[in-house]
Design a binder for this molecule. Sequence first.
Ligand code: NAP
Length: 335
Amino acid sequence: MASREIRLASRPSGWPVPENFELVTAEPPALAEGQILVRNLVMSVDPYMRGRMNEGKSYTPPFQVGEPLDGAALGEVVESRAPGLAPGATVTHRYGWREYAVLGAREARVVEEIPGVPLSAYLGPLGMTGLTAYVGLLDIARFQEGEAVFVSGAAGAVGGMAGQIARLKGASRVVGSAGSREKVTHLVRDLGFDAAFDYHDGEIREQLAGAAPGGIDVYFDNVGGDHLEAAIDELRTYGRVAMCGSISSYNATEPVPGPRNLGLAVGKRLTLRGFIVSDHPGRLPDMVAEVGAWLREGKITFAETVVDGLENAPQAFIDMLRGANTGKMLVRLAR
Ligand code: NAP
């Protein structure tokens, strides 16, 4: 049986280009005892994958040149040598970037459809994306009811969830930044943000001060750089930052400078705390229960930008880094 997969052809220097990827047809290995064969239906492209394309030590091992990439995917079990996991089940797992995946049954999470919610939600609000927003806001930034929250990258997958969770948990004000007028409209109209701005439209600090006139208590940082610096200026005493990502520098070829105003953290008694979602699997059931209920009740919504075909996955990944997506960027591999 033939299965197409995307391999890393070479390590990007700066922005990735299509030549860094190759499409290869390979035969999946025969199933060993305890393994399943999954036909992938949809896969996720994520900013963290850019870091794994570099050589060197990080919190996850780098991708290897000549080897298939991996990442979250959702698919249907088509063959099984694992008792208790029969063909027909829908699962998520970490072997995306290929049409068929062979994996241990214990590496798969069986998911059930929620009426009215597409199964792809398990790669977004009910998966790693939702958990990142949930843990970052509630556990890392220790958000409390009545506080004002600023989310950068707010029209992206994690940002859109972080802002909505803050709203549903009783934020006094939720402010978001994003990269286009359409995204700003989406934040206020569809996701219920109180205010939003396009970071291309002028000084971020000034725009943030205008959108959150009383200052902010929590900053959910997806971007780093100039956004982090602006947030430090606008944070109130005892403010907290959940350092989730710094996408503004993922393709930098030189080290980027830190915020010039970090000294303010002392007088304002700020907490800036980084986190990695995979350290918090124990919070998945809480997140799925709470976000799942909000989805069923129509209190939370999410956008997806879907690209068709495995062969278009590298370009979808590159485009996501440039902001082509609203909500989660996904690649559909089969129907
Ligand atoms: P995403 O936000 O859906 O997609 C990336 C977005 O980043 C783009 O759509 C683009 O939107 C924005 N962007 C790109 N360059 C930018 C720049 N220079 N300045 C401002 N915005 C820029 O991706 P995601 O999966 O939800 O991830 C969001 C962040 O969370 C990333 O930093 C990611 O690394 C991080 N993350 C962290 C963890 C963790 O465990 N800590 C887990 C998942 C994700 P615009 O059009 O608005 O520019």
